[in-house]
Design a protein around this ligand. Structure first.
Ligand SMILES: *Cc1c(COP(=O)(O)O)cnc(C)c1O
Length: 386
């Protein structure tokens, strides 16, 4: 089976992890700060906080922004459930903004229209989470302008987008957001097995997230309520969690980061090749906004079902039978039973639901060979024209 995504692990990665295993620190040592520094420097962010997953990063990001009961978090329905669940963890309510039919990202026009109504009804969101789907950045300038006008905070869910650029600058520099989150799950662009990171330029948010990822405990005398009792002393000043990343994971991350640029370049080579080789088929290849350089975590095509005699499901099943590990990113979150129980219904977000009816993620990973890619293209041809 050719998977839709796969990690790339070199001997240098393995050596880096083994080195940590032989060292004094398996956790809370020097590698996590080194990894944080390497990502922060690469993307141009002031602070980076490594944690054990992007889900954890989203959670502490929401907490640091003060999201709580009575507040609203808005995100895209076409995302992994974690982008929405982080709001619920904080006791807030979640709502969605439909996608733009050309980028599949949260639509800024739909956001503007929904904000106007929400303002009249007195239920403006406290946090909006744009998701850079497939690695293609959202229209962050438009979202930022709305954030200033309506007073909400912005967390970029850039789980798909490390190494990508928006208007010539790396995603993660938080120019148009309060916090940006990366995921290092093995299917993503850079991996630490499990792992995530929250980036920000705000000193206060950074120190609050640092507390929250480790029990709310500090050893910094300037944050304590009174003078230290002695060298053993620490204080718990918030209710935090244990969301720490291990040294093994951070060592893997540092090693992987040295190949980030070549990873994304390789993904662009593969995407250009897919675009050419699929051009004659009844499907829509990913449209790229001219302002953006996608991280290209995913390569999603949309079937033109009115032009073929097979169904979405038949194409999907045929590809799987032919050994192509296609997937579907994502089932619209509002249609998940847990969310449906809150009152969301089919029809609430028509663009997201239309996307779900014809989208397929084809294999896209840095170590995919051109021969493997040709096999995928042949399989797609066969699936569409049986
Ligand atoms: C993978 C992913 C997450 C969650 O990442 P984890 O590191 O697995 O917690 C969140 N949002 C999006 C869009 C993702 O793709």
């Amino acid at each position: 089976m050719i998977p839709y995504g796969r990690q790339d692990i070199t001997q240098a990665d393995i050596d880096a992890v083994v080195e940590v295993l032989k060292s004094d620190f398996l956790t809370q040592g020097p590698m996590v700060p080194r990894f944080e520094q390497s990502v922060a420097e690469h993307v141009g962010a002031g602070h980076a906080l490594a944690v054990n997953s992007a889900t954890s990063a989203l959670h502490i990001a929401c907490l640091a922004l003060g999201l709580g009961p009575g507040d609203w978090l808005w995100t895209s329905p076409v995302t992994f459930v974690a982008s929405a669940n982080c709001g619920l963890y904080c006791g807030a309510q979640v709502d969605f903004v439909d996608i733009d039919p050309s980028t599949y990202n949260l639509c800024p026009k739909a956001l503007a229209a929904k904000l106007e109504v929400a303002e009249r009804e007195g239920r403006l969101p406290k946090v909006v989470v744009p998701v850079h789907l497939c690695g293609q950045p959202c229209d962050m300038q438009a979202i930022h302008e709305l954030a200033l006008r309506y007073g909400f905070k912005v967390i970029e869910d850039a789980s798909h987008a490390i190494g990508g650029k928006y208007r010539g600058e790396f995603i993660g520099n938080c120019r148009y957001s309060d916090i940006t989150v990366f995921s290092f799950h093995p299917v993503k662009i850079v991996t630490t097995a499990e792992g995530g990171m929250a980036l920000t330029n705000d000193d206060q948010l950074a120190s609050q997230m640092a507390l929250l990822r480790s029990h709310g405990i500090t050893r910094d005398p300037s944050l304590m309520t009174h003078e230290s009792d002695g060298p053993w002393y620490y204080q718990q000043i918030e209710l935090g969690l244990n969301y720490r990343m291990t040294e093994l994971q951070a060592a893997l991350g540092v090693s992987q980061m040295t190949r980030l640029n070549s990873y994304v370049e390789r993904r662009h080579v593969l995407a250009r090749r897919y675009n050419e080789k699929l051009a004659h088929l009844p499907l829509v290849t990913p449209w790229q906004h001219p302002d953006s350089y996608s991280g290209l975590h995913l390569y999603v095509v949309r079937l033109e079902l009115d032009k073929v005699s097979v169904s979405h499901r038949q194409v999907f099943e045929s590809l799987r039978e032919q050994g192509i590990g296609v997937n579907l990113h994502y089932i619209p979150v509002h249609t998940q039973p847990y969310y449906a129980r809150m009152g969301f219904e089919a029809g609430d977000f028509p663009q997201a639901e239309s996307y779900y009816r014809d989208a397929i993620s084809l294999p896209m990973f840095q170590s995919m060979t051109l021969e493997q890619q040709d096999k995928v293209v042949e399989a797609v041809e066969r699936a569409l024209m049986p």
